[in-house]
Design a protein around this ligand. Structure first.
Ligand SMILES: [Zn+2]
Length: 364
């Protein structure tokens, strides 16, 4: 069973060190569930209980876990059903709809797998559970403890982030460890952020480029979980600690925690995307997003690292917009801004070598 949580483990470790007794207990419980989930095979039994619906277009099903850890829980809303009284159900349903529309309208992609996979989500997972995650099959949302975190369905980019882990899984399937894992996180942050910008009709220059704004309660000193524009500045709180993300390769964090810092070093490719989008202007999903999307779906593979990702996004920009196009140059400048310099003349031959070595995707 996979576990891709929006809240990284370092935040819970900070709470466990500095929080009050009840806060510590809550952090321990959330971490314990996450750790347990990673190794839990019996959870697959719950997945088999998901409603059977034929394949097609936009199909959302929302379940209520009723504060338990059993998945998926009770079916409470299917595609086309009206809003009910439960805000978490309504938000999970509406958010999944925006994510579906984004991928369909912008990149002509039919759901997470490109074949109309049903979008399943369970709300009210556990009690005071401080996370939301994609488990390889469905979305799962906690209610938050009310002390540090509110409802996890409340932030559209969180829904976009988690469902994008599904897209990554069906495409490059980036291994969730070290640099490939940080790229997996980065794609989830980038498209989560683009989905929010798409819903708000915001241009690159007007967006906040934050991930998870609105998740923190007013007690927390911080705006969001992460910032693509300024990694390392999203929060600085006496109990939660400080946003540890680097924005440049010189500050790359070597750690064995968090699968080799997948939620930490993702700040570097996040910043490269932001720098590119800031240069190209307009709606970021149209050019920069398309370059990254083509790289994700046609070029990257399981073991891709930062430098290869840089090269492959430059190659994607060349294919989409032309050699020496302003778009290609913006991508190169974006990566150069985080300390990864790519020379154009060697990019196409390198691209072929790396993609064929991976054995998964051959060709430019
Ligand atoms: Zn994630």
């Amino acid at each position: 069973m996979k576990f891709y949580g929006i809240v990284p483990p370092h935040i819970f470790k900070e709470i466990a060190q500095r929080g009050s007794m009840s806060q510590k207990e809550c952090a321990f419980n959330t971490l314990a569930v996450s750790e347990q989930f990673r190794g839990r095979r019996s959870a697959l039994a719950g997945i088999a209980g998901l409603a059977a619906v034929p394949t097609g277009g936009k199909r959302r099903t929302i379940y209520d876990a009723k504060n338990r850890f059993q998945l998926p829980g009770r079916l409470v809303r299917g595609e086309g059903d009206r809003d009910g009284k439960d805000a978490a159900v309504n938000e999970a349903y509406a958010g999944a709809g925006v994510v579906y529309d984004f991928y369909e309208n912008v990149y002509a992609r039919n759901s997470l797998d490109g074949r109309g996979a049903r979008l399943d989500g369970s709300v009210h997972y556990g009690r005071d559970y401080d996370n939301a995650f994609w488990n390889g099959h469905q979305m799962v949302y906690g209610d938050g403890d009310g002390e540090f975190f509110g409802r996890f369905t409340g932030a559209l980019d969180v829904i976009g982030h988690e469902l994008t882990h599904g897209v990554v899984q069906f495409e490059a399937d980036l291994a969730y460890q070290d640099q490939s894992g940080a790229l997996n996180e980065s794609f989830a942050d980038i498209f989560g952020s683009l989905i929010k910008q798409y819903a708000n009709k915001q241009k690159a220059g007007d967006a906040d480029w934050l991930v998870g704004e609105g998740l923190f309660t007013s007690k927390v000193k911080g705006r969001a979980l992460r910032s693509l524009k300024n990694p390392g500045t999203a929060y600085d709180d006496p109990i939660l600690g400080r946003d540890p993300q680097p924005a440049h390769m010189r500050d790359y964090v070597r750690t064995s925690d968090d699968n080799g810092g997948v939620h930490i070093n993702s700040g570097i490719p996040n910043k490269a995307f932001y720098e590119t989008a800031a240069r190209l202007g307009g709606y970021a999903w149209q050019k920069t997003g398309r370059i990254w999307y083509v790289a994700l779906t046609e070029k990257l593979s399981e073991e891709t690292n930062f430098e290869q990702a840089a090269r492959l996004t430059v190659a994607a920009a060349q294919e989409l917009f032309g050699v020496k196009s302003p778009e290609q140059e913006a991508v190169q400048e974006g990566w150069a801004g985080v300390g990864i310099r790519i020379k154009t003349n060697e990019s196409s031959s390198q691209t072929n070598r790396w993609t064929s070595r991976s054995g998964k995707r051959v060709g430019a």
